[in-house]
Design a protein around this ligand. Structure first.
Ligand SMILES: Cc1cc2nc3c(=O)[nH]c(=O)nc-3n(C[C@H](O)[C@H](O)[C@H](O)COP(=O)(O)O)c2cc1C
Length: 170
């Protein structure tokens, strides 16, 4: 284990947040880390909107059927992808995960809330005045944790094979 793998292992989706605000420098550094993620042909076909205002957080929470807790987050980063780019979904997802892990490294917990394929993708885009050529891929609700639920993961030996499907890794 090292510092990076420890941070990855310590991440859990958090949906209950304290009222302590997140320093803008933390969010900025985490977003710079999002931009460090790999993207197909390095196109970086995304944009990010950081939402901190309570009324806007409430409106997004009202749209997101499984993201009502966004209202009580300290910041929500909306990740948008350029629809015409072939790999915008993969690129935005890689950036989203980098963002989440970088926040985690500062002790800021978060939850990825679906955006792509959701009926509220358009209302959120319109609310945040993002140009039509972009579509919502993910929402990252963030804050210091009030509760950290730890969910069970599938066992590695049921998912990972060595060289070929028949060969068990462990
Ligand atoms: C693409 C994607 C969409 C998700 N959408 C939601 C969501 O809308 N609401 C929510 O509460 N959690 C959402 N999650 C978080 C998952 O529920 C969570 O990652 C999963 O239960 C595993 O828990 P863990 O993140 O603590 O390991 C989403 C995660 C991903 C990757």
């Amino acid at each position: 284990m090292n510092v990076v793998t420890t941070i990855i292992r310590s991440r859990h989706s958090v949906r209950k947040f304290k009222t302590d605000s997140i320093d803008d420098k933390v969010i900025q550094d985490a977003l710079e880390c999002a931009l460090c993620a790999p993207t197909a042909m390095n196109h970086q076909p995304y944009l990010f909107v950081i939402v901190k205002q309570k009324d806007t957080l409430s409106k997004i929470a009202g749209f997101a059927d499984h993201g009502r807790f966004i209202e009580d987050s300290q910041a929500c980063v909306a990740v948008f992808g350029e629809k015409q780019e072939t790999y915008y979904l993969e690129d935005c997802c890689a950036a989203t995960e980098n963002l989440i892990l970088a926040l985690q490294a500062y002790g800021v917990c978060s939850c990825w809330v679906a955006g792509d394929k959701k009926s509220y993708a358009e209302p959120v885009r319109e609310l945040l005045k993002v140009p039509l050529k972009y579509t919502l891929v993910s929402l990252v609700a963030a804050g210091y944790p009030a509760e950290v639920p730890v969910v069970k993961k599938k066992l590695m030996k049921t998912l990972v094979y060595f060289e070929k499907y028949e060969e068990k890794l462990l």
